[in-house]
Design a protein around this ligand. Structure first.
Ligand code: NIG
Ligand code: FE
Length: 435
């Protein structure tokens, strides 16, 4: 068969494809529990690509025998793996929070800073003031850093506008990012991220504004956007937390989003367990994120559900915490866990999924294979695109990385560097490390 491109001589072709059951059939679902320990390695592997899709992946000799291509890439014995899927970010924002970084070093906590009017609301002020061009420049630069670190798909949330006009401006920026950047972007509406100062004394009125005005307008925006045209899902999200949204307020927001056809994500149990995990799971949430304070009963519920649990250990690291979400316990209980940087200016100014893997292995006791599956195939399911991206399998989008290492475990073993040599997005080379 004639194809466009073949990548061959991959010392390890790390497919992240699920092999389940006694006959090792490919499974169409996230990896749960022990499956997360299987990285699906083919030694001396190759991938054939046609029209931006993977048409074959397997031992080099088989792929080379059955396919011919004008364009071939020699992976030189190195690792070839799926592009990273970053499933939780707050990339679009104005300003920075360097002052809070220093306050935290001197002992202030994230929640104390938030209570004193800093935190998310401080970024809100800068985001309201920023022009679309300024927001695009900042977010585009950050997305470029992530691409260089191997991200080929990235979820991006609103949530620093906290008024109708600025939340819609953020949605516009998110759509422009997707149009202009090689990384595919997935939009999430997070107007319920914090209460803006003008509603501090009447929080329920803000929830009404979100539910009755913003969500309908966001749904209208999505219907006319190119995301709807491309079949990219649109998510509703809420920060269910002390000093943010109560369980009842979170339920109102998620139910309103759901009634407009949005899929559910929720920030739950980052610091405090308010019961949001159970509500989100029972409402078929695509993902619940953070999970530091999740209970054993909720872990069991998560394990028996289709919902992905997203952990963000970069937040704990950045906040100087020594406690982390117990992802080990969740995987052992049979949950499907994904990993994210949660890139944002406050709790995690970090573009690096390899960095998140390094932390997850050390402090959450994930194996390198578990951390890798968590940042690829399971992260793809966490953005509702598990059947299109996240693993190297025939029929999936050809989003691939060629690394500068010959054993995938080096991704988590080394830290602070960048082992990505080349990023291929829908069959096109979109990033090459300078030599
Ligand atoms: O996921 N928890 C809420 N949202 C972000 C933090 C955003 C910020 O501090 O600006 C998070 O940690
Ligand atoms: Fe977040």
């Amino acid at each position: 068969m004639r194809v466009d491109q073949i990548i061959y001589n991959a010392g390890q072709l790390v497919t992240c494809a699920s092999q389940a059951g006694p006959k090792k059939v490919l499974k169409k679902g996230p990896k749960k529990g022990v499956e997360m320990g299987e990285s699906g390695i083919v030694e001396n592997g190759a991938v054939a690509i046609k029209d931006g899709l993977i048409v074959a992946a397997g031992p080099s000799q088989d792929v080379m025998r059955d396919h011919e291509a004008g364009n071939t890439i020699d992976a030189k014995g190195n690792v070839v793996m799926p592009g990273f899927v970053e499933c939780h970010t707050h990339l679009v924002y104005g300003g920075h929070r360097l002052n809070e970084f220093e306050l935290r070093i001197r002992g202030a906590s994230y929640l104390e800073i938030m209570e004193a009017g800093g935190g998310i609301v401080s970024t809100m002020r800068h985001t309201r003031e920023a022009s679309v061009a300024e927001l695009m420049a900042g977010a585009g630069k950050r997305l470029g850093q992530m691409l260089a670190l191997g991200v080929t798909t990235c979820e991006v949330k609103t949530g620093y506008g906290l008024d109708t006009e600025t939340e819609l401006k953020m949605l516009h920026v998110i759509e422009e990012l997707d149009r202009t950047h090689p990384v595919n972007v997935i939009p999430t509406f997070l107007a319920a991220h914090a209460f803006p100062p003008e509603y501090k004394e009447k929080p329920d009125d803000y929830v009404s504004l979100v539910c009755k005005e913003m969500i309908p307008l966001a749904a209208k925006w999505y219907a006319a956007s190119h995301f709807a045209e491309k079949g990219t899902p649109f998510f509703i999200d809420v920060f269910c937390e002390k000093n943010a949204f109560t369980l009842e307020q979170s339920e109102r927001v998620l139910e309103a989003g759901k009634s407009y056809g949005m899929k559910i994500k929720a920030h739950v149990d980052e610091f405090t367990n308010l019961g949001g995990a159970r509500f989100a799971i029972e409402n078929a949430a695509t993902s619940i994120d953070h999970l530091d304070a999740i209970s054993d009963e909720e872990i069991a519920l998560l394990a028996s559900s289709e919902t992905i649990g997203v952990v963000t250990p970069t937040v704990n690291f950045n906040l100087g915490n020594t406690e982390f979400a117990d992802a080990r316990k969740m995987i052992d209980a049979g949950c499907a866990i994904a990993l994210s940087t949660d890139f944002n200016p406050g709790s995690a100014p970090c573009p690096s999924l390899p960095g998140a893997m390094a932390i997850a292995c050390r402090y959450q006791k994930l194996s390198p294979a578990e951390a890798l599956n968590a940042a690829t195939i399971n992260a793809a399911f966490a953005v509702g695109l598990g059947n299109k991206i996240g693993s190297i399998e025939a029929g999936k989008q050809a989003d691939l990385l060629i690394l500068d290492i010959s054993d995938y475990r080096q991704l988590a073993y080394e830290f602070g560097g960048n082992p990505i040599d080349q990023v291929i997005k829908t069959g096109q080379s979109v990033y090459q490390a300078s030599v």
